[in-house]
Design a protein around this ligand. Structure first.
Ligand code: PMV
Length: 359
């Protein structure tokens, strides 16, 4: 068990110069889905994701000493004070206060912007919690000493991100990341993500992910509630086993560059996630008619053109189209001519990316 609690991280004098730290962090899209958790956001099965580029959150934390002792912060989203966003951040700060005890001595002004509209139906908790975690680790380094090597810094940031939102721990790493114990990869852990860039063929390192926004509505089930529903789901145990088996075969396919096997497993995973939600009690049907139309059109297109373009889904109606870089022009045309009519006027053209950036 990793233990980052450190009661020595206390500011001795009140002579801290106010300062500001900014990180930009991308979102990620899971290929093997994390669905089901226990304890402090520990996953029931291993997951694997692509780190994205354009769907990201930029967060700045300005910190200044204060005389009273306790967690205190203000939160601004796109320049507007948003107290309604505070509980998630309060939760992260409370749960990590023994890791960063100095936070009780500071007042934080947190300013955040998303590269995509908040109402686009895209979960921003992965990129926002990872950006927050990176800022907290950087503040620790500014006030005390370096956390360690770059690898150690990112490992700690990933651990802290996980506490904010499980899947956020995978956003820390470039290209791809694995989170959750998996016998074949000794370094894999339930407590933090690890880089998976070196485990995959170059064809995947420039993969595109076009996010087709079928509905901009807020999700009807929060991911915490969704994970919770797995506890009573009769398929749960089989599902956790299945995720491990799929992880094995997906990694083999991604290593060799076998696009067909990759696509089959990724689509099966997306539909399994939705099947689990449909068979939960209460049941949730998060796909919309447009989601199914896009999937059907994509499958026909693939059969006719032999272009290796596949879909995945998050816990919502929007479709992620995954395909190699070389098909980007023809995919643009296909989306414009045949798929955009199912979208709520919005497509985010994203791709696998380099991971977070200190601004
Ligand atoms: O990190 P959470 O608690 O928002 O859960 C994310 C769950 C999925 O996005 C559906 C799957 C995943 O692995 O990212």
């Amino acid at each position: 068990m990793q233990n980052y609690r450190n009661s020595n991280l206390i500011i001795e004098s009140n002579k801290v110069t106010p300062d500001k730290i900014t990180w930009k962090c991308p979102s990620n899209i899971a290929l093997i889905k994390y669905w089901g958790k226990y304890g402090l956001q520990l996953p029931r099965n291993p997951s694997l994701s692509f780190t994205l580029t354009h769907a990201n959150t930029e967060t700045s934390i300005t910190y200044a000493p204060k005389s009273e002792y306790g967690i205190s912060f203000d939160f601004y989203f796109h320049g507007n004070k948003r107290d309604d966003f505070k509980p998630k951040i309060q939760n992260l700060l409370e749960k990590t206060i023994e890791i960063f005890p100095f936070l009780k001595q500071l007042h934080l002004t947190i300013e955040s912007t998303n590269s995509f509209p908040h109402s686009a139906g895209i979960a921003s908790s992965a990129s926002s919690m990872a950006a927050m975690a990176l800022c907290l680790c950087s503040i620790e380094e500014k006030l005390f000493k370096p956390i360690g090597s770059q690898e150690e810094f990112y490992k700690k940031a990933s651990y802290v991100s996980r506490i904010g939102s499980g899947s956020a721990c995978r956003s820390i790493f470039p290209i791809a990341s694995i989170w959750g114990e998996f016998a074949e990869i000794k370094a894999a852990s339930n407590e933090f993500g690890i880089p998976a860039e070196n485990l995959i063929n170059p064809v995947f390192q420039t993969f595109h992910d076009d996010i087709l926004i079928v509905s901009k509505e807020e999700k009807t089930v929060s991911s915490t509630a969704g994970h919770g529903l797995m506890e009573g789901n009769i398929y749960a145990e089989n599902r956790y086993q299945q995720a491990k088996t799929r992880m094995h075969f997906l990694l083999m396919a991604m290593k060799s560059g076998d696009l067909e096997t990759f696509g089959q497993i990724v689509e099966d995973e997306a539909l399994t996630l939705h099947a689990l939600m449909m068979t939960s009690n209460p049941s949730f049907l998060l796909m919309r008619p447009g989601t199914l139309s896009i999937i059907e059109r994509l499958r026909t297109f693939r059969r006719e053109t032999k272009i290796p373009a596949y879909f995945t889904l998050d816990a919502g109606p929007n479709v992620h189209l995954l395909y190699p870089e070389q098909f980007s022009d023809v995919m643009d045309e296909f989306i414009r001519d045949e798929l955009s009519k199912y979208c709520d006027n919005y497509v985010i053209k994203d791709m696998v990316g380099k991971g977070p950036e200190l601004i």
